[in-house]
Write a protein that binds this ligand. Structure first.
Ligand SMILES: Cc1cc2nc3c(=O)[nH]c(=O)nc-3n(C[C@H](O)[C@H](O)[C@H](O)COP(=O)(O)OP(=O)(O)OC[C@H]3O[C@@H](n4cnc5c(N)ncnc54)[C@H](O)[C@@H]3O)c2cc1C
Length: 426
C-alpha cells in the first residue's frame, strides 16, 4: 500500500476513545467546535453498558438511593474527587446531553433520573447505576416488581450462566428460573457474544432463536437474555424478539469484552465522521508537542503518518488498562506528555495487605492533577498549557471501581473540559 503523510488542522483534538473521549467529542460537536479524535482500543469494550454516576460513598453502599445526595456527601469527605468539583447542574446536563446523543444515534438510553436504578451484573449480583440502555430496562423493572422471569443462556457460551444469576438472586427474587437452549447455527463448541449479536441482526436468526426460547417460557412474564441483541440496531432487534415471543425481554451484560461496550464504540465510529469529526480510530498518539499557539499530535495508521495541529487538546487516555498511566518499580507515570502523577511516596503504599480491604487501595487514586478548568498541572502547580485539558479516569483522587462512578467521572469531567475549551477558543 502506498503511504501518504496526512496533516489536519482543527480547533480541538481529543486523545482517547473511552467514555470520556467519546463524551468530549459529543459535547464539542454539539457546540459546533471543529474536532478531531484519535484513540486506541481501550476499556470501553469492557463496560457493561450501564452509565454509573455514583454507587458508593466512603466505602458504604448507597444503593439504591439518591446519587445526587451521595455527591453532596462526597464534596464534604473527598473535596478533591472530580465529581465533587463539578456543579450538580452540570453533571445532570452532561448525562442528559450524552444519553440524548446516544438515543438519537441509535442506542436508546433512559435520561438521568433522581435515583439510582438497581441493575443486574453478569454474575447475578446487583449494582446501582443511573442510566441504562433500553434493552436492559425491563430487567430493572422486573427485578423491582419481582416478576415471574426466565433467564435463558446458551450451550457453549462462556462468561454468562443463567443458573449462576438465579442462584445469586433466588432469595430476593423467588420467581426467577434458569433455562438453557442451543443458539441457532452455533450448536457445536464455544460461542461468542459478539458473533451471536451480529447474527441476530438477521431476521431468520431471530425467528429461529425465538422458536427455541418459546419452548422454555412456561409461565414467565418476562425473559432475560445475555446481552446479544444485535450490534447496530439493538432496539429494533429487541422489539422484533418481543414481537415474536409476545413478552418483554431484557439483556444482562456478559463478562468483558461485552457487546454493549462494542456497540457504543462502533456507533461512535460510524456517527462521528458523518457529523464532520475527523476520526483516527484504533491508533495510539505517539507524541504531543506543546507550542504557544497550538499543540501538535503525531501518530500513524495503515495509510501512513498523521499529524494533527489543534488549538486545544483534551487528554482522555484512561488509567493503567488503557495505557493512560503506566506503573514501574520506581513509580507511576503519564507516558504521553510526561505530566506529573499524584501518587503515594513509596510503591509499598500502593496496596493494603488484604486484596478485599474495605478502604480500597491507594494506587487506584493516583492520577493527574487539574485546575478548575480541568487543565493538567505541572510540578509548579500551574497549568502545563492554556490549551491542554484532561478528562476521565486519568484524573487523581477518585477510585471509580469502589465508587462505582466510572461514567460519572468521565461525563462530568468531559463536560467541564469542553466548556473550558469553548471559552478558551473564544
Ligand atoms: C471491566 C469494566 C467494566 C466497567 N463497567 C462499567 C459500568 O458498568 N458502568 C460505568 O459507568 N463504567 C464502567 N466501566 C468504566 C468505564 O469503562 C470508564 O469509566 C469509562 O470508559 C471512562 O474511562 P475513560 O474514557 O477515562 O478511560 P478509558 O475507557 O480507559 O479510555 C481511555 C482511552 O484512551 C486510549 N489511549 C490511551 N493512550 C492513548 C494514546 N497514547 N493515544 C491514543 N489513545 C490512547 C485508550 O486506548 C482508550 O481508548 C467499566 C470498566 C471496565 C474495565
Amino acid at each position: 500500500m502506498i503511504q501518504e503523510a496526512r496533516h489536519f488542522e482543527t480547533d480541538l483534538a481529543v486523545i482517547g476513545s473511552g467514555l470520556a473521549g467519546f463524551a468530549a467529542s459529543t459535547f464539542a460537536l454539539n457546540r459546533g467546535i471543529r474536532t478531531a479524535q484519535a484513540g486506541n482500543t481501550g476499556a470501553i469494550a469492557y463496560t457493561t453498558g450501564y452509565l454509573d454516576l455514583l454507587g458508593r460513598v466512603n466505602n458504604e453502599d448507597i444503593c439504591p438511593v439518591n446519587p445526587w445526595e451521595g455527591i453532596r456527601q462526597l464534596a464534604q469527605s473527598q473535596p478533591r474527587h472530580p465529581l465533587a468539583r463539578v456543579p450538580e447542574t452540570d453533571i445532570r446536563a452532561a448525562f442528559q446531553e450524552f444519553t440524548a446523543f446516544l438515543s438519537d444515534s441509535g442506542i436508546i438510553y433512559n435520561a438521568p433520573g433522581p435515583l439510582n436504578a438497581t441493575a443486574l451484573t453478569p454474575a447475578g449480583t446487583l449494582k446501582p447505576t443511573l442510566c441504562v440502555p433500553a434493552t436492559m430496562q425491563a430487567g430493572v423493572d422486573a427485578l423491582a416488581r419481582k416478576a415471574r422471569c426466565v433467564i435463558v443462556d446458551f450451550k457453549g457460551l462462556r462468561g454468562f450462566s443463567a443458573r449462576q444469576v438465579v442462584a445469586n438472586l433466588k432469595d430476593t427474587w423467588p420467581g426467577l428460573r434458569a433455562e438453557r437452549v442451543l443458539f441457532p447455527d452455533m450448536e457445536l463448541g464455544e460461542i461468542y457474544p459478539e458473533v451471536m449479536a451480529r447474527a441476530l441482526e438477521v431476521p431468520s436468526h431471530r425467528e429461529a432463536l425465538a422458536e427455541r426460547i418459546r419452548g422454555v417460557i412456561d409461565d414467565a412474564e418476562v425473559i432475560g437474555l445475555p446481552a446479544v441483541l444485535g450490534m447496530h440496531n439493538p432496539d429494533l432487534v429487541m422489539a422484533e424478539m418481543q414481537r415474536l415471543l409476545g413478552l418483554p425481554i431484557f439483556e444482562i451484560p456478559t463478562m468483558p469484552p461485552s457487546v454493549p461496550g462494542i456497540r457504543l464504540r462502533e456507533m461512535f465510529e460510524q456517527v462521528f465522521p458523518q457529523k464532520g469529526l475527523v476520526l483516527i480510530p484504533q491508533q495510539k498518539v505517539e507524541s504531543v508537542v506543546i507550542k504557544a499557539d497550538s499543540l501538535q499530535l503525531s501518530l500513524a495508521d495503515n495509510f501512513g503518518p498523521v499529524t494533527i495541529q489543534a488549538r486545544a487538546v483534551i487528554l482522555a487516555t484512561g488509567r493503567f488498562l488503557s495505557g493512560g498511566l503506566t506503573a514501574a518499580f520506581d513509580g507511576i507515570r503519564e507516558p504521553l506528555i510526561g505530566l506529573p502523577v499524584t501518587q503515594t511516596a513509596s510503591r509499598e503504599d500502593w496496596y493494603h495487605l488484604q486484596y478485599m480491604d474495605k478502604r480500597g487501595h491507594e494506587v487506584h487514586r493516583a492520577g493527574i492533577e487539574v485546575d478548575e478548568k480541568f487543565r493538567p498541572l505541572g510540578e509548579n502547580g500551574l497549568p502545563v498549557s492554556e490549551r491542554l485539558f484532561a478528562a476521565g479516569l486519568i484524573l487523581a483522587h477518585q477510585d471509580w471501581i469502589r465508587g462505582r462512578c466510572g461514567a460519572g467521572v468521565a461525563l462530568a469531567s468531559a463536560y467541564k473540559a469542553v466548556e473550558a475549551v469553548q471559552e478558551m477558543l473564544r
